[in-house]
Structures are given as C-alpha cells and as structure tokens.
Design a protein around this ligand. Structure first.
Ligand code: ARG
Ligand code: ASP
Length: 682
C-alpha cells in the first residue's frame, strides 16, 4: 500500500504544475498571487488585472494577431519585437531607403510611418459566461450586448475544451505607426543560425505608436489623429535582474496542447515531426545551396528561409525534448492510473478507449493533410497558379502589385528543384496508394523528375511578364487556367483546413471536454491551467540559467562582449554595424553599462528566465517584482520547445532582450534620445 501511494505521489508530481509551469488567466490571477509573492512579486492581483481601475493589462496589446506588444509612454509608444514589426519595416523599405538594412528612426512625430494593415487590440475585460450559456442565453446575444453598439470586438473562447467559456471584449486600434527599428544586423543579429539558441545576442525590438482620434478613441488613419493616451504604460527599470529574481510575462500565447493523450504525443514523435523535419531539410538544402552560390538569391530567399527554418528548427528541439522526457511513456502510465480510477465511473470509464479508437481512425487523414502541406502545397508555382485561378473569378485589390512582389523574390529554377525533392518525399511518406490520375501523369512522363520538368516547362505562370500579360487578357487567362498542368496537381491533393492541433480533430474534440473534467476530479493535486489559445495570459518565474550538460551551466545573461566575439564581416548573420564596433572600442556605453567581476564595463544584451511561453508571446513584456519592464520576450531555447506539450522546469527557458540593450541601441546607435524622454526610466 505504501508503495502504491509512493508511486501515485511520484506520478502526480511528474505532472503537477511545478514551479514555473502555467499560463494563467489574468482575471483569475488572484488564485496564484500567493505563489507569485512567494517568488518575490510585490504587487497585487488588481495591479495585474482589474476592471475597476487601470491595471497592467491596459498596457499590453495583441500585435497584429500573432505577437504581443506593450505601451511604454503616456503618448502611445509601443514596444514589440523586430521580427514582429518586420513586415511593416520591410513594406517601407526601398533601395533608397533600406530601413531593414540601415534601421529607421523617426526624428519627429511627422516622420512616423503609417501602416496599411497593422492593428493592435487591448483587452477591455474578460468574464466567464459558462453559466449564462448553460442557462440558454445565446453566444450571439452575449457578444452583441458586450460590443456596445460596435465599439468593441468580442469573442467567446473555450477554456479546458469548453468546460469553461469566457467572453473577451477588445478595443482595436488601426492607426499604428512605425517609430523606430534598429538595423537588421542588430534586430536580427545571429539570424537563423542563432534562432532558438542560447547564448543569444539579438536586439529583437522595434517601436511603434498608436494613434487615436481627438477623443482618444480608435480611428482609421488620419493626419488629424493624435498619439493615444493609454490608461497604463510600463515604467522601465534600468537596474536589471540578478539570477533568481522574479519575472513575469504578460502576453498572448498562441497554442499549446498540454492535456492531449499519449496517442497524440506518439503521433507527433513518431510521424508528424520526423516527416515535417525531413521534408523541410530537403527544401532548405536546396535554398541554402542557391543562396551560397549567389548573393542576390541570398537576399531574395532570406525571408522564405527564415520562415521555413523557424519551425523546422523548433520541431527538432521538440522531438528531442519529448524523447528525452519520455512524454509518451509517462502519459501512458498516467492514463493507466486514470483508467483504473475511471473504471467505476460510468460517465468516464469509456473515455480513454473512445479517444484511442478515434485517434486510430483520424490520424491518417491528419497526417495526409500535414504531408500535402509540406510537399505538394509547398511548391510555389502551385500557389501562384491557385491565386491566378481565383483572380480570374474575382480580382482582389492590389493583386498585381502582390504578384510583382512575389516574383521579385521567386526563382523558378529553385522552385523546380524543390518540387522534385518534395514529390519524391510525398511518394516516400504517402501511406496509401497515390491518386490514380497523379500516378498516370508521372508514369506518362517517365518519372517524377521529368513530370516536374514538364509542369514547369508548360506552366503559364513561370514569370511575372507572362503572368502579368495574362492578367490583362481575360480570354487568354481562362484558356491558360484550363490548360495549366500544375492546377491539375492541385486538384489531386486538395487543401483542407487542418485543425489547430491534435485535440481538435473532428471525432476527437468532443471527448476532450469530459476528459478534462474527469482529469480535474482525478488529479486533485495538479494545478490546471487552460491551454494557450491566443488569449491574454500571465506566466511567472525567475531569471535563471540552466544545466545544459554535465558540468556545463548556461548562465542567464549575455553581453555586448559576446556580440564582438561573434562579429565577422564575412558572415551575413554576424556582420554588425561599424558604429557598434566603435562604441565597443571606446567603451562609450553611457548609463546603459554594467560592471563585470574584473572591473571592466559591458552592456547586457539578452537574458533567460523560467517563464512558460509559446509562439505569440514574442514581444511580451518581461516584468520585474515591482511591475517595471526589464525586457522583451522573443524566443525559447532549442531544448525547451517541447514545452508546448510538456513543460520541464529544469530545462525550459524563455529568451528576452534586456531592456538596457534596447535603450542603449535607441540612444547610442539610433541617436534617438528624444524617445527616451517620453519613457518613465527608473
Ligand atoms: N524563434 C522565434 C519565434 O518562434 C523567433 C523567430 C524569428 N527569427 C528568425 N531568425 N527566424 O518566433
Ligand atoms: N519566437 C516565438 C514568437 O514569435 C516565441 C516562442 O515560440 O517562444 O512568438
């Protein structure tokens, strides 16, 4: 008996939300506040989230639907990552004004650059509406009432797979202007090489400003708009953190799957990640080779390479992490215990079997969709052809300009090589016979490679000139579309919307609601938090390094010394601005320096913390015990990326850029000290 209890406690601690695991709902943060204060936090739950007074939530925004940003001045100044502002920075960049390469610093409000499709959203309030919905009120009427005649945007989001439902009320601002961005050699320092890696030296920040109408309300862009006056903004601490100090992240994590069953994790480990990694390796090898052979190609394919490699690298870390943790085996053991407990409860007894059966049925279809996305659907020619087919029906606004942009960065010979590699990959991974039409076409051509050659040779969309001409001749376009061989390929491998994650598969989703309810009754020791779903969350922990390997401890702070050590004018990712070299040589760091153990001075650059974060948390404020901004979150270490499925407090670390480096770059590289004057520096 004693032994049993021991095993049980062990299992519980394996899955109990320890130390720093968890992404908590701000409106329920009072439940965590004792734990936060034990870790060093000095403020109250009301300071974090309140609907009666200004609170930190009023200084945090969802930035353009994929990142987080924070207010840092009474005049609407907003901080986020360079990689989050990248699209805006790029869209203002031309050969004459290359803000990506050289950086951008508005010298006055008049120089701040408006952006067409850039928005930010504040959370006005959130509240649980489970009971109202259960009592028969409709979601539409709840939302309609909260919209207050169109003033707010609303959403009802499921927590714990719908066991709880929350209403979210947002205010959206659409006039958001670019204020400043460091040169990419700072904002993207280390590029894809250092991405997901510690030690890190990236100055991943950019600055925007929210504009509002004369009444401080959201308004479309107008030269008459004025800087938004936020209810709250973050004061900035220039004192930095010591290892072990409290940190809190306030932001919009996108998607985690902490509660999926062993079957789902096994699918990720055995099938999904390996296939996706392999196919992307093949794609990246072709792109990298072309980039190495030609400087112009390196630039044209830089953004694509970054996109493809970001997930590619993440999945590799995730796979290793899940294997190292033995997540599948641990979950199987946990589920065995659960099954024993559930056996006498008719409402729960069947759950695991039902879910298991559903996974057996559903994963094949999901795998196929993932496979198509990573193979056929990654052929760019197919994407243009599909877009042209749609344009023939209804021409979207600005379509030709978009096409021009696409072709500027498109090399059909690279795409052709990729298509060959990916169709071979498709054949290798396809678990059942391929569509007969496709097999016949390949056979007719004498193999995959010559089939692809024939596709590219015969395509009407190989160049901008050809495509543009068709755009202006509807009859010719219709004929071209009817003949287009790559559209035939698209039809054999149709694109379906794929569920966000493995618990959303149609026949499985419904089991997760009772399963989560049952888990909460079964595992009373575990601190449950709802999976990330791009709603506002609080994560807290401490600034901390970690043991990387036996005898190898990774300390949590990097400095400008490390930038200089990596600096190499011959390596694109490590070629820093001359100005930074000069500042290092003269040690002219101003107030942003720290003193090292040997008495010399340096500038802090990035730090590690134990906060539980995921994609979407980029740009999130890192806040100290007194509620002051100390950094901007932008990444995780490679080995922590399995935290989307299982968080390991020993090894999971988020990476932030130290706010002192941001201030140093604004001041010493940008010469934009006017911006510092509107901040509250402490
Ligand atoms: N890994 C970070 C995230 O997932 C940063 C990505 C941007 N940087 C890059 N080199 N691709 O978004
Ligand atoms: N880099 C991610 C982002 O852009 C953050 C992460 O996945 O840790 O949101």
């Amino acid at each position: 008996m004693k032994r049993l209890i021991l095993v049980f406690t062990l299992l519980c601690t394996l899955f109990a939300a320890r130390a720093d695991e968890g992404m908590w709902l701000p409106c329920l943060i009072a439940d965590r506040i004792d734990d936060m204060r034990a870790k060093g936090f000095r403020l109250t739950a009301d300071d974090i989230y309140s609907i009666n007074q200004a609170s930190m939530k009023d200084a945090v925004v969802l930035f353009n639907g994929g990142c987080t940003g924070e207010l840092i001045s009474p005049e609407g100044l907003l901080l986020t990552n360079h990689h989050c502002g990248y699209g805006a920075i790029q869209s203002h960049s031309t050969v004459e004004h290359d803000y990506l390469t050289n950086g951008f610093w508005a010298r006055s409000r008049a120089e701040e650059l408006p952006n067409d499709r850039l928005w930010v959203r504040f959370l006005v309030r959130m509240e649980e509406v489970t009971d109202r919905l259960a009592a028969g009120e409709s979601a539409e009427s709840i939302r309609k009432e909260a919209e207050e005649g169109g003033r707010y945007r609303t959403a009802i989001e499921q927590m714990y797979y719908g066991n709880q439902q929350f209403l979210f009320v947002y205010e959206q601002f659409d006039d958001v202007r670019l204020v400043a961005a460091p040169p990419s050699s700072i904002g993207k320092f280390g590029g894809d090489t250092d991405n997901w890696i510690w030690p890190r030296h990236t100055g991943d920040f950019s600055l925007f400003r929210i504009y509002a109408d004369a009444d401080n309300r959201p308004a479309k862009y107008s030269p008459d708009n004025v800087p938004y006056r936020p209810a709250r903004f973050f004061p900035i601490s220039t004192k930095g953190l010591a290892e072990g100090d409290f940190t809190m992240i306030y932001g919009f994590p996108g998607n985690t799957q902490q509660y999926v069953t062993a079957d789902a994790v096994a699918y990720v480990v055995e099938r999904s990640d390996p296939m996706k990694i392999d196919l992307r390796t093949r794609r990246l090898e072709i792109i990298s080779a072309a980039q190495e052979a030609d400087a112009a190609t390196r630039i044209r394919y830089a953004a694509k390479h970054a996109n493809i490699s970001n997930s590619w690298k993440k999945w590799q870390g995730e796979l290793l992490g899940l294997q190292r943790l033995g997540t599948v085996e641990k979950k199987r053991a946990y589920e065995a215990r659960f099954a024993e407990w559930a056996a006498e409860k008719p409402e729960y007894a069947h759950l695991l079997d039902s879910m298991h059966a559903a996974y057996l049925n559903e994963t094949e279809g999901y795998f196929l969709q993932e496979l198509y996305n990573e193979s056929v659907r990654a052929i760019e020619l197919l994407s243009v052809a599909t877009a042209m087919k749609q344009a023939a029906k209804k021409l979207p606004e600005g379509f030709e300009a978009q096409l021009a942009k696409f072709y500027r960065d498109y090399d059909p010979s690279i795409d052709r090589k990729i298509a060959k590699a990916l169709l071979h990959g498709l054949e290798e991974y396809h678990p059942q016979p391929l569509p007969q039409g496709y097999l016949d076409a390949v056979k007719r051509c004498g193999g995959i490679d010559s089939y692809v050659d024939q596709l590219f040779d015969a395509s009407a969309f190989g160049s901008f000139e050809k495509t543009q001409a068709l755009l202006r001749d509807t009859t010719a376009l219709t004929a071209a579309i009817a003949r287009e061989p790559v559209l035939e390929l698209a039809e054999w491998f149709p694109r379906k919307r794929i569920p966000r994650n493995l618990s959303n598969l149609p026949a499985i989703e419904r089991w997760y609601r009772p399963y989560l309810k049952a888990l909460q009754e079964f595992d009373t020791e575990r601190a449950f938090y709802p999976d990330a779903n791009l709603t506002l969350r609080v994560a807290y922990g401490t600034m901390n390094g970690y043991w990387y390997a036996d005898a190898v401890y990774h300390r949590p702070l990097t400095t400008i010394d490390g930038i200089i050590a990596k600096d190499d004018p011959n390596i694109y990712d490590y070629d820093i601005p001359q100005r930074l070299r000069d500042l290092y040589a003269s040690k002219d760091y101003g107030p942003w320096s720290i003193t090292k153990a040997d008495g010399s001075t340096t500038v802090p650059v990035c730090f590690l913390a134990t906060n539980h974060t995921t994609g979407g948390n980029s740009g999130s404020p890192v806040i100290n015990a007194r509620g002051e901004l100390v950094g901007i979150n932008f990444d995780r270490t490679w080995r922590s990326t399995m935290s989307d499925l299982e968080f390991d407090p020993n090894i999971c670390r988020n990476i932030a850029v130290d706010i002192r480096y941001v201030l140093f770059v604004i001041d010493r590289i940008g010469g934009a000290s006017a911006l510092l004057q509107e901040m509250d520096l402490r």
